[in-house]
Design a binder for this molecule. Structure first.
Ligand code: ATP
Length: 374
């Protein structure tokens, strides 16, 4: 049974929301429910409307039509301060001449809390982000990562039921970004409040979120668990945007035992599991295969490799060592790109050279049917 909505619930519902700025439709009839106490990431390329959604939840923008509900109640008529939301921004700009403690306590001062009360609450939050020892420092005396944690504590001081985070990690270097995303996730689970986090970085979304919402041009392409977004993208857009997949496309030749034989370009043929579907001969069909499920075999000079349904022949175009695996990019005959992630021990047991001819093979059972193509 769904929990009943209460004033304290941090369930966020975006209900049929459209937002226009003059001629631009930033968000188009979009609906989304984010369960109370969950971590949701809005993921998409620049300009797809992520920030606009966040700003409408916060009350910085009003929808052109549709409703925004928190805890089951419309918040459209409520001023920002009464919505129970707080925002953590891209640039975490702290007050430079105030101590860390006063920075964190600031919003409570604005709300008229006594010095003792607000300092007690600020110390509690500094402990939560493991900065209790730094309460008396000035922001400039902290590292970037520590400043970011102060910004998090500051956003949490009003006990929001929903924390909105707009590209919260983009000002940090790679090392701190990776550490801080684990920290965000830990704090969210500890507090049990709803986090809505906007990012255009695929791995960031997958790393922190319970639910990833992949957006394109003001609408949702797929909303699913972080794992499903990665292993079972709904369509070619999500497969390509989230990455880690090759998209297979062609037209149906035949269907047998729930598997379609599909003719791609230049004589390449794919097997795509279709389950109960009976796609018509000649109709277009798309599948995806994870890069780490593709095996690479060398082709001896002059040899003619056997390929069959689940293999392509290509030339090694680039090799990038990623530590635990090597990213091998192939040029196929039809000039499409195909990528395999080869585990480091396999790669270094049989190293490849750029320009070498290889066969990439995979198992039909690893191919996922996509609902639509590029
Ligand atoms: P980014 O990652 O670059 O911040 P985004 O996905 O968050 O992008 P939004 O900022 O939500 O995208 O913008 C969506 C669209 O709405 C864009 O085309 C943008 O130019 C437009 N837009 C956003 N705010 C305004 C505004 N105040 N006035 C006019 N157009 C706007």
């Amino acid at each position: 049974m769904a929990p009943s909505a209460s004033a304290a619930s941090g369930e966020v519902a975006v209900v049929g929301v459209t937002k226009r700025f003059g001629e631009t439709t930033a968000v188009k009839d979009l609906s989304l429910t984010i369960p109370h106490g969950s971590y949701c990431c809005l993921l998409g390329p620049s300009g797809c409307g992520k920030t606009t959604i966040l700003r409408m939840i916060a009350g910085h923008e009003k929808p052109t039509s549709g409703d925004i509900r928190i805890g089951g109640q419309s918040v459209l008529g409520l001023p920002q301060i009464e919505r129970g939301t707080a925002m953590m921004f891209q640039s975490y700009a702290l007050f430079p001449h105030r101590s860390v403690l006063d920075n964190v306590a600031f919003a409570l001062k604005m709300r008229g809390a006594s010095t003792a009360d607000r300092h007690a609450k600020a110390r509690e939050l500094l402990t939560k982000v493991q900065l209790e020892k730094f309460a008396d420092r000035l922001p400039a005396q902290l590292s970037g990562g520590q400043q970011q944690r102060v910004a998090l504590a500051r956003a949490l001081i009003t006990n929001p039921r929903v924390l909105l985070l707009d590209e919260p990690l983009s000002a940090l270097d790679e090392y701190l970004r990776l550490r801080m995303r684990g920290e965000l996730r830990r704090v969210q689970k500890e507090l049990g409040i709803t986090f809505v986090h906007v990012t255009h970085t695929q791995l960031e979304a997958i790393a922190v979120a319970d639910t990833v919402v992949v957006m394109a041009q003001g609408h949702i392409e797929q909303a699913a668990s972080a794992r499903d977004i990665f292993v079972a993208p709904r369509n070619a857009y999500v497969a390509r945007f989230v990455g880690g997949q090759n998209v297979l496309s062609g037209s149906v030749e035949s269907v047998m035992n729930g598997v379609a034989a599909v003719a791609g370009k230049n004589g390449v043929r794919y097997a795509i599991p279709v389950g109960e579907l009976r796609p018509m001969r000649g109709s277009p069909l798309w599948g995806s295969i994870r890069r780490d499920r593709v095996a690479i075999e060398k082709v001896a000079p002059g040899a003619k490799p056997t390929t069959g349904l689940n293999a392509v022949v290509g030339e090694v175009h680039t090799l990038e060592n990623q530590g635990s695996y090597v990213k091998v990019t192939l040029d196929l005959a039809d000039s499409e790109e195909f990528v395999a992630h080869v585990a480091d021990e396999n790669f270094f047991a049989h190293p490849l050279d750029i320009g070498e001819r290889v066969v990439a093979r995979w198992s039909a059972s690893d191919v996922k049917l996509l609902e639509d193509g590029p």
